[in-house]
Design a protein around this ligand. Structure first.
Ligand code: PLP
Length: 318
């Protein structure tokens, strides 16, 4: 798959209409910009079903397969204990098909419980993600279950991109949208829609989880080491081709932020707004606050996507 198109995202909008929550948008405090200040908005996507935008892609993926007559009765399978797994289990329940989710046996009990809460058949295999992934592939081959992916599929990325179409309707003169990047599904979808309506997309990654930034430097997706406070959701070893293609457009920027800046931004969201969000959401905000981030110009209208709620808020209080 080369590039995701605006038409792919529009098709996803039509498919998932009424099946996901529309994103809420609020005006936040202005931030420093070259020569003055920029208007900051938050997209409250952590209020989405299952706590993240992943619900959009998961719905789009299953609905597209149902439309095409390729959604088997045995259902869908994925290897993910994270937000993609949750979204897949939720969407399968909504569609009335089984979800079989593979996780390493040492996955936290809380994740297993939540997945089972959405009705998933959770299979615990091995001690590493790679073993769970191999078991997932074997299961799909043996049963004919549909294999889903956390980010590297056009239906998953296009589903995520529907967020941008809603944002544009809410803020028609938006200049810039800011997203955190793991494997790049969210970024690829949002950037495809943003380009079409003249909005710049800023891709923010932790400096030690820089799959997109490294792919841009190398001119192709490459494996990167993963070591960040946000690695639980942004820890993809390799970015998708779709994300790299989107990042190569001049309307996109890639920036890196430190773990300290991510922690500060997440804490600021709690201290100033009483929002408890994931480090991934802190990463996106750090991308416009930190010294290494994107530098807006005076009067620029910027929307930061607060992408995830699945966090333990214990370290925020105080
Ligand atoms: C809360 C949150 N934000 C951002 C991302 C990154 O998304 P992508 O892998 O599509 O880049 C993820 C991925 O799991 C996530 O869970």
């Amino acid at each position: 798959m080369g590039e995701l198109s605006y038409a792919d995202v529009q098709a996803a909008v039509a498919r998932i209409a009424g099946r996901v929550r529309e994103v809420g948008v609020v005006r936040a405090d202005d931030i420093a910009a070259d020569g003055g200040c920029a208007e900051l908005f938050f997209a409250l996507e952590f209020l989405q079903h299952t706590g993240t935008f992943k619900a959009r892609g998961a719905q789009n993926f299953l609905l597209a397969h149902r439309e095409a007559g390729t959604l088997p009765e045995v259902g869908v399978t994925i290897a993910s204990g994270g937000n993609a797994g949750l979204a897949c289990a939720w969407a399968a329940k909504e569609q009335g098909v089984p979800a079989t989710v593979f996780l390493p046996a040492n996955a936290p009990q809380v994740k297993v419980r939540r997945l089972r809460g959405y009705g998933a058949d959770v299979r615990l295999v091995g001690t590493e993600y790679a073993e769970a992934l191999a078991a997932c592939s074997e299961f799909a081959a043996a049963t004919g279950a549909l294999t889903s992916h956390a980010y590297d599929h056009p239906h998953i990325a296009a589903g995520a991109g529907t967020l941008m179409i809603e944002l544009h309707a809410r803020i028609p003169d938006l200049d810039t949208v800011v997203v955190a990047v793991g494997g790049g599904g969210l970024f690829a979808g949002v950037a495809a829609a943003a380009r079409q309506v003249g909005v710049r997309t800023v891709a923010v990654e932790p400096e030690n989880c820089r799959a997109l930034n490294a792919a841009l430097a190398a001119g192709r997706p490459v494996d990167v080491p993963l070591d960040s406070v946000a690695a639980d959701s942004l820890g993809a070893r390799r970015v998708s081709e779709m994300a790299l293609a989107a990042a190569q457009h001049h309307q996109a920027s890639s920036v890196l932020v430190s773990d300290a800046a991510i922690v500060r931004a997440r804490q600021l969201l709690w201290d100033d707004y009483r929002l408890a969000v994931e480090h991934a959401a802190g990463t996106a905000l750090a991308g416009v606050l930190g010294p290494t981030g994107y530098r807006p110009r005076d009067g620029e209208k910027i929307c930061v996507v607060l992408c995830g709620a699945n966090t333990n808020p214990a370290d925020l209080a105080g």
